[in-house]
Design a protein around this ligand. Sequence first.
Ligand SMILES: NC(=O)c1ccc[n+]([C@@H]2O[C@H](COP(=O)([O-])OP(=O)(O)OC[C@H]3O[C@@H](n4cnc5c(N)ncnc54)[C@H](O)[C@@H]3O)[C@@H](O)[C@H]2O)c1
Length: 268
Amino acid sequence: MADSRLKDKVALILGAGTSAPGMSIGKACSLAMARAGAKVAALDLKIDAANETVAEVTAQGGVAKAYAADVGSMDEMRFAVDAVMQDWGRIDILQINAGIGKVGGPEETTLDDWQRIQKVNLESILIASKLVCPIMVEQGSGSIIGVSSVAGMRYLGYPHLAYSVTKAGVIHFIKMLALQYASQGIRANTIVPGLIDTPRIQKNVSKVFDSTGNMEKTRAARDKQVPMGRMGTPWEIASVATFLASDDASYITGTELVVDGGLTGKFV
Ligand SMILES: NC(=O)c1ccc[n+]([C@@H]2O[C@H](COP(=O)([O-])OP(=O)(O)OC[C@H]3O[C@@H](n4cnc5c(N)ncnc54)[C@H](O)[C@@H]3O)[C@@H](O)[C@H]2O)c1
């Protein structure tokens, strides 16, 4: 039987493209939510990346439309949210997924790096919730999903300071939203992915694992860190996002779901 858990719902996914060819978390979430019946508003900084996601959703028989905006810009996000409302008339699911980082500790992180990472990873939640919470309040329902990282809970063996601090902030921001809006039909939860095999790994962290950025060595090293012996797939995050977005999670709010193959439970 077809999955109809998100039938008639509109899902706005921020960072719905991929930063390099392949399957990202935002793209997998867009595809999974569309397969569950949602209409997907795929928003990305890069319109080509959003268009690619839309093309894949459409090819699979789903409904989606691309929107371009920088999640760190109030003006661009206001324009995009207005466009989604004009196109679909409601927003039931908001997944705040866009994220950037730069490897380094306090000495390597410039103030510009710090401010840009804060803007994209954290200020984006303030901007999106300012715009979307009033819509959900009026609807009397909504599900907000933040995307943190195990880096926001633990030191992962190399300095990733600005990224980690923002990802810790995501968890608490979403918890604050959940508690404030709990009585108004809005749920808000955070997914905490572990080490996930996405194209971003090559771009961002492969040099930490191998000085030449060799992806086979990077994958082997990351697989070895995880108690389950492998990185997760974007689909393993997408299935959790679809669950949290759906009424199957109707009594879940203000919490974080760690999806990490056992990584954060590990001592050595
Ligand atoms: N891959 C992992 O191992 C991993 C682990 C934990 C958490 N995460 C988190 O999951 C999320 C997705 O990660 P991914 O690996 O799929 O990344 P990705 O880089 O492949 O995809 C992120 C998308 O966000 C878009 N984006 C970046 N900045 C933006 C901005 N300012 N405005 C709008 N869109 C913007 C990019 O263009 C890209 O399409 C991120 O928040 C990341 O921190 C990833």
